[in-house]
Design a protein around this ligand. Structure first.
Ligand code: URA
Length: 281
């Protein structure tokens, strides 16, 4: 079910109104200036005004209800695109969420992405700050992948991959790599990454001469795939929810200058778009 964050969220009034679906940010500014908005009973006409958790906001004397934070765990199957719609008509994660939840899926967007030919844990949320905290490399959230590759992975290659290899002139961050099994023509490894460049795992193994046979994400931060069946969804467990709360709190404390002060909640996936090959997984 929907979950309410226990930490204080502060944001500009016009943004709050936009996130609550009252009006576009521009139109919300007009409502404020026109004297249609009250906060805790007081008329507010200044555009820089901020609101926080627990404030009662009214527009035209009607109380505004802010949608609560939601997080779902999806076992993304193979052959599905991590988008909300696909011009080529392929099945999307949005189709799966709608099959299970109908119109309630509105505003839930994927946290990062998995390739069409990758399966495993995919989180969906309506909370942009949570998506940011989970995907930005500065917060170092683990993503664990099980990769099955062609050929026998030799120990020198394992070392090389651990140290990081060059993709488009930039070295990948050090990775944890655990060899699960090796035979003459197949190797299986678990790889833990903190970054998510475009098709990173596939490209890493291609560069060292071991193209992937399959790729599955076993864990994203505190959320493991467990026994969730492909194309099925689940809610967070209480301990996962708690771990994500802590992650979000830490990310707010360590956000630094890259993150604008004040506006601390956003539409998931709508902002801070990755550049170049830095698409986040
Ligand atoms: N790395 C990849 O190459 N593909 C994914 O889907 C996720 C990580």
């Amino acid at each position: 079910m929907a979950e309410r964050t226990r930490f204080t969220i502060v944001m500009r009034l016009q943004r709050y109104l936009a996130l609550a679906g009252i009006a576009s940010r521009r139109a919300a500014e007009e409502l404020i200036v026109a004297g249609k908005v009250r906060v805790n009973g007081k008329l507010v006409r200044e555009l820089g005004s901020r609101v926080e958790d627990g404030d009662r906001v009214e527009v035209n004397a009607k109380t505004v209800v802010m949608p609560q934070r939601e997080v779902l765990v999806l076992h993304k199957p193979l052959g599905v695109v991590t988008t909300m719609s696909d011009p080529e008509g392929r099945r999307t994660v949005e189709d799966i969420v709608r099959e299970h939840r109908g119109a309630r899926s509105a505003r839930l967007v994927p946290v990062g992405r998995l390739d069409y030919d990758t399966s495993g844990v995919l989180l969906l949320t309506n909370d942009g700050d949570l998506a940011y905290a989970l995907t930005h490399p500065r917060f170092g959230v683990d993503k664990v992948y099980r990769a099955t590759l062609r050929g026998r992975l030799e120990p020198e290659m394992v070392e090389k991959l651990r140290r990081g290899i060059f993709l488009e002139g930039r070295r990948t961050s050090p990775a944890m790599l655990r060899v699960v099994s090796v035979s003459r023509d197949r190797s299986v490894v678990d790889l833990t990454l903190h970054e998510g460049r475009y098709r990173q795992v596939r490209r890493m193994f291609e560069v060292v001469g071991h193209p992937l046979v399959s790729l599955e994400r076993l864990r994203f931060g505190p959320v493991s795939l467990g026994s969730l069946r492909p194309a099925h969804l689940r809610e967070l467990t209480p301990s996962e929810r708690k771990a994500l709360d802590v992650l979000l709190l830490n990310s707010r404390q360590n956000a630094g200058p890259a993150k604008s002060a004040g506006d601390s909640r956003g539409d998931a996936g709508r902002k801070r778009r990755p550049r170049g090959d830095t698409q986040r997984h």
